[in-house]
Design a protein around this ligand. Structure first.
Ligand code: G3P
Length: 220
C-alpha cells in the first residue's frame, strides 16, 4: 500500500515527505479552504505542493458541466506533470473524465461510495478511484465493508488502463489496516492519522525502557 497525504497544508506535506513515506497528495476544496486558501493563489499553491511531492497530486475541478470540468482539468494538469485532476462522481464528471483521459490527463474520481460508481469511474477512464470510508461510518454504515466490495469488484475485471483504488476519508489506523489487508492500492490520510500510524504504546514503552537501561550502561 502506498501512502498519500490528504491535506493542502504545505508544512504537513514537507514533514511527511521528509519521513520518506510520501507517495502522493490529495486535496479538495474543503482542505484548501481550511488553510485559508484564496482562489487566486490556488494554481501556485498546487504548483508548490507538486514541487514538494514528486508523486501524484490531486487538485479538484469544481465545475458542474463537462465543458467547464474539462477546461479546469486541462488548466490544473498544466500546472505540473504530476497533477491529477480530481472529479466528483456524477454523469458530467464521467464525461469529463473520458475527455481528459483521451488527452492523457490522469483523473482521480472522488466522492465514490458504491460498487457501480467505482466501476463507472474506471470505465470512464479514471486512473484513480477514491471510495470514502469514514463518511459511511458517519452515517452508521460500515465504510470498510463498502471499500472491500469496491476493491473486489474492480479486481474482477481488466480495464484498458491502470486503475488504482485510493482508500479515502480515512480516520484511523484501523481503517488503514483493513484497507491494506484487502489490497487497496493507496490510503490517503490526514497528517494527524499519519502520525498515529507510526505510534504504538508498546513502542513507546519499549523505547523508554531501552533509554533507561542505556543510562545504567553509561553509569556502570
Ligand atoms: O480526500 C477526500 C476525503 O479523504 C475526505 O475525507 O475526512 O472529509 O471525509 P473526510
Amino acid at each position: 500500500m502506498k501512502f498519500f497525504l490528504d491535506t493542502a497544508d504545505i508544512a504537513e506535506i514537507e514533514e511527511a515527505a521528509s519521513w520518506g513515506v510520501l507517495a502522493g497528495v490529495t486535496t479538495n476544496p474543503t482542505l484548501y479552504s481550511r488553510i485559508g486558501g484564496r482562489l487566486a493563489d490556488f494554481p501556485e499553491h498546487i504548483r508548490r505542493i507538486a514541487e514538494v511531492c514528486s508523486g501524484p497530486v490531486s487538485a479538484e475541478a469544481v465545475g458542474l458541466d463537462r465543458e467547464s470540468i474539462v477546461n479546469e482539468g486541462l488548466a490544473l494538469a498544466g500546472i505540473a506533470e504530476n497533477v491529477v485532476v480530481k472529479i466528483p462522481t456524477m454523469p458530467e464528471g464521467l464525461a469529463a473524465t473520458r475527455a481528459l483521459a483521451l488527452r492523457g490527463v490522469k483523473v482521480n474520481m472522488t466522492l465514490c461510495f458504491t460498487v457501480p460508481q467505482a466501476l463507472l469511474a474506471a470505465r470512464s477512464g479514471a486512473a484513480y478511484v477514491s471510495p470514502f470510508v469514514g463518511r459511511f461510518d458517519d452515517i452508521s454504515e460500515d465504510g470498510v465493508a463498502h471499500l472491500a466490495d469496491i476493491v473486489e469488484a474492480l479486481s474482477n475485471y481488466d480495464f484498458e488502463h491502470q486503475v488504482e483504488v485510493i482508500a479515502a476519508s480515512i480516520r484511523s489506523a484501523n481503517h488503514v489496516t483493513q484497507a491494506a489487508l484487502m489490497g487497496a492500492d493507496i490510503a490517503t490520510v490526514p497528517f494527524s492519522v499519519l502520525k498515529n500510524l507510526v505510534r504504538h504504546p508498546l513502542t513507546d514503552r519499549g523505547l523508554d525502557a531501552f533509554l533507561a537501561d542505556w543510562e545504567k550502561v553509561k553509569g556502570a
